[in-house]
Write a protein that binds this ligand. Structure first.
Ligand code: GLC
Length: 533
């Protein structure tokens, strides 16, 4: 390893917006903690665990959708964006959660879904009852079909979840009617953002929650709301589930930026509020456009979540994530998993190696400048559950793919809290997805007092990141490092080393602040990371 670069002046973090270096914890409410024994996690469950989240050291929550929903897509099918579903405890439970989280200095951000509604939203019911060409239909994307009887969909777009992106309706007189667009499940009709009523209503939703004290929003499918003129066919239907080509005409249309500007204007009236967009765009320039000064504050960059565990791939993901936001002076974001992606322990090979690599990667991630997103259960080192019985699968992907894709339930299995047998304190009832008995050693209770547990590693790492001046500065400098390893340094002086090779590697000079596996005689073992100062 080569010499350290020069140290820059420390940054005064108190003058920065709170989200700039925040650790966000993603709560998937159905799977977090169930307070009423119905087998589904809820907001009182989250509130009851705020002490745990405080201990863990998170700065903010991202709460996946809890608005009124028939749950055709786990809540991403919203029937009333300005109410909380009784399944999650209703509006009072949300108000209580916000108040109690704030009392513990934890911010609360909510997931909003601007691209589509539920088919049970009053607007969609009105659209079905109204005539083609009506004001009611114009809030969604209805078209006549192709072919002599209009029996073919208006274009060839597939839904992200499998099957066609169009469903034909029956008109009020019983005749086969128009088709409506749904980029996701058929229960999720796409809104028509060219209709000013749609933007006005979304503005009302933003204000409704901001006025209730919410600190910001994760915006679902934030690259999806604008559709291309004329809805042209896709030249080649190459994109898969959450693997989109940047040129896929269904997404990433230039008019989406006007929508973000409009959203930002509203959010800017609430000075500390933040917007985080789900933006599946790979090209750095196009990604950066979403986080220009008058658009989103933050956008998820999924490169690290997609990178295999090799030094070259991880370094490339970091370089590109930084390069995407640098030119527009935006803050980078880092994420290893979420409710749509295979858990990292499994992605990195599973078993002890998968856990070791996931532990290394959280140290790497927390050493980077910017905002970090942790998916609930990652701090316990949970693997994906890939052997759920077919009969319990709930992700719409399973049905829509004709049972060829199992979908995302494997990363959504409820969290194990305590005890020796399922449901491990998650619920007093029967959890909506079964929890594997093998998770007995992974419960919060089992890990909390164990110094070398994954939970303890997360806690120590987050505490150090919050208090140590060595984490200052929003740049990194790469060190030279042996093949299969990487090392970088923050201007404040922190050095992070990752050993993704299969032999131990020497550490650069300095004191080890924290390591994901104990260095042996000054050598960092394979599948490990260390922080040095
Ligand atoms: C986003 C969400 C995903 C959901 C989809 C449709 O990608 O993260 O869970 O299924 O949007 O709303």
């Amino acid at each position: 390893m080569t010499d350290a670069p020069a140290v820059a002046a420390p940054v005064d973090r108190t003058t920065q917006p709170w989200w700039r270096s925040a650790v966000f914890y993603q709560v998937y409410p159905r799977s977090f903690a169930d307070s009423n024994g119905d087998g589904v996690g809820d907001l009182r469950g989250v509130r009851d665990k705020l002490g745990y989240l405080e201990l863990l050291g998170v700065n903010a929550l991202w709460v996946c959708p809890v608005m009124r929903s028939p749950m055709a897509d786990g809540g991403y099918d919203v029937a009333d964006p300005r109410d909380i579903d009784e399944l999650f405890g209703g509006l009072t439970a949300m108000d209580d959660l916000i108040a109690e989280a704030h009392a513990r200095q934890i911010k609360v951000t909510m997931d909003l879904v601007p691209n589509h509604t539920s088919d049970q939203h009053p607007w969609f019911r009105e659209a079905l009852a109204a005539a083609p060409g009506s004001r009611e239909r114009d809030r969604y994307i209805f078209h006549d079909g192709r072919g002599p009887d209009g029996a073919e969909p208006p274009n060839n777009w597939p839904s992200i979840f499998g099957g066609p992106a169009w469903t034909r309706i029956t008109e009020q007189d019983g005749t086969p009617g128009q088709w409506y667009l749904h980029l996701f499940a058929r229960e999720q009709p796409d809104l028509n953002w060219d209709n000013p009523e749609v933007a006005d209503d979304f503005e009302q939703t933003l204000r409704f929650w901001l006025d209730r004290g919410v600190d910001g929003f994760r915006l679902d499918v934030a690259h999806g709301m604008a559709k291309p003129d004329g809805l042209p066919d896709l030249p080649a239907v190459a994109s898969g589930l959450f693997a989109l080509d940047d040129d896929d005409v269904r997404f990433n249309n230039p008019a989406v930026h006007d929508i973000h500007r409009r959203i930002r204007k509203v959010v800017d009236e609430y000075p500390d509020a933040v917007t985080i967009g789900e933006v599946w765009v790979t090209d750095n320039t196009r990604f950066g456009e979403y986080v220009r000064a008058d658009e989103l504050h933050l956008a998820f960059n999924f490169r690290l979540a997609e990178a295999p565990f090799t030094a070259a791939a991880v370094r490339d993901a970091i370089d590109n994530s930084l390069a995407a936001v640098g030119p527009v002076f935006a803050v980078p974001t880092w994420t290893l998993s979420n409710h749509d992606i295979e858990r990292e322990v499994t992605r990195y090979g599973g078993g002890a190696v998968g856990v070791a690599r996931a532990r290394a990667m959280i140290l790497l991630e927390l050493a980077l400048p910017g905002a970090v997103f942790i998916y609930n259960g990652a701090e316990l080192g949970l693997p994906n559950v890939d052997d759920l019985p077919d009969s319990v699968l709930q992700d719409p992907v399973w049905e829509r793919s004709g049972h060829t894709e199992r979908g995302r339930d494997g990363c959504r299995v409820p969290l194990p809290w305590e005890g020796a047998a399922p449901p491990f304190g998650f619920s007093t009832g029967s959890p909506w997805l079964p929890i594997p008995p093998e998770w007995a050693g992974l419960t919060v209770e089992a890990q909390l007092e164990e110094l070398d547990s994954t939970l303890s590693l997360y806690r120590m790492a987050m505490e150090l990141r919050a208090v140590r001046p060595e984490f200052d500065g929003d740049r990194i400098e790469w060190y030279g490092s042996p093949a299969g390893c990487l090392a970088f340094r923050r201007p404040g002086g922190l050095v992070c080393v990752l050993n993704a090779s299969d032999t131990p590697t020497s550490l650069p000079p300095g004191d080890v602040l924290l390591a994901s596996a104990l260095p042996d005689g000054g050598q960092l073992p394979p599948n490990a990371a260390a922080w040095l100062v």
